[in-house]
Ligand binder design. Structure first.
Ligand SMILES: [Zn+2]
Length: 321
């Protein structure tokens, strides 16, 4: 029995804590500049949900949110509930791939200092906004004692997702140009779907890509599953079963990504009710989440992304220098 338990693959969970203003910023809506926050509604809601499912999750936090005093007690609750926090950049700008070394340093360092100051812990993971990544990050992250990055989405459909997003948003040509790598490049589909080492300037960092469907490289994060569920619950269940089967065949331990709007609807966040998918109410989204999580639980040992990386290191499967 013990042997079977040991053999069970793991799956890691993380949530990108994009706030109300970052969603507005992504859309090119100038209302973002006053930094509206939905943490007082969202954080207690999501913590209760995770508690009921006994989940341990790594929350990727945007530094800018730690400059708003109103947010601090809510962010502290995440730590008090036993979850971990990681770095999701300072300004949540999806054109991070075009940043200079100095700008990148600022994006990582400012958030890191704010997390240490207000939440009294040291993040070990980083994720770029909108799957944007920059090779200069390897050295910058290692110098600040980061262990892993989790920005890569190995899918071919990034350019299609971007085209759709531009079409739906009110962004002008200049704004679109800035976001030209948003959702990644076609070649990202050839990147590894399993943890790998990134090497840069003699430094080594661990990359944990956001898992996509093995072989076909289609997205598998919660937003995509919710979207499918809108068409047909049967389609989503079948898709989920196929992804799980393929992951087990190829011994891929899924890195499962959650976004706030996957869990909460326009019924609770009226200010974002014009967003795609916000017409689905929170109850329905929660039901889909329960279904996905309980299915994953029967096949994998679920844990936070931070714990997963630390286990890989402890087992000697991944190393840092
Ligand atoms: Zn984000």
């Amino acid at each position: 029995m013990d042997h079977i338990k040991q053999d069970k693959l793991r799956a890691s969970l993380s949530l990108d804590l994009d706030n109300e203003w970052s969603y507005l910023k992504i859309q090119g809506n100038s209302r973002w500049e006053s930094l509206p926050t939905y943490f007082p509604v969202f954080i207690p809601y999501v913590l209760e949900l995770f508690k009921r499912l006994q989940l341990n999750v790594t929350f990727f936090i945007v530094g800018q949110d730690l400059t708003i005093p109103e947010n601090i007690p809510y962010l502290k609750k995440i730590i008090e509930e036993g979850h971990s926090v990681a770095n999701h950049s300072m300004n949540h700008e999806s054109w991070l791939s075009a940043y200079s070394e100095e700008q990148l340093f600022h994006e990582v360092y400012e958030t890191d200092s704010l997390i240490r100051k207000h939440l009294e812990c040291k993040p070990i993971g980083f994720r770029g906004p909108g799957y944007s990544w920059n090779p200069k990050l390897i050295r910058i992250l290692r110098e600040q004692n980061y262990v892993y990055d989790s920005s890569v989405l190995p899918t071919f459909i990034g350019p299609i997702a971007r085209w759709y997003y531009f079409k739906k948003s009110g962004l002008g040509r200049e704004e679109q140009k800035k976001r030209k790598n948003f959702f990644g490049k076609f070649s990202d589909g050839f990147k590894k779907n399993k943890p790998f080492h990134l090497n840069g300037d003699g430094r080594k960092l661990i990359e944990i890509p956001v898992t996509t469907m093995p072989v076909f490289r289609l997205p598998f994060h919660l937003s995509y599953l919710i979207y499918m569920h809108g068409y047909s619950p049967f389609l989503m269940n079948t898709y989920l079963e196929i992804v799980i089967r393929l992951c087990k065949t190829f011994r891929i331990e899924p890195n499962f990504l959650i976004h706030p709007l996957d869990l909460i609807g326009g019924d609770q966040l009226a200010s974002l009710d014009f967003f795609p998918g916000m017409d689905i109410d929170s109850n329905k989204k929660t039901k889909v989440f329960y279904k996905v999580i309980t299915t994953l639980q029967t096949h994998f040992r679920l844990m936070s992304l931070d714990s997963y990386v630390l286990e890989l290191i402890a087992e000697g499967r991944m190393t840092i220098d």
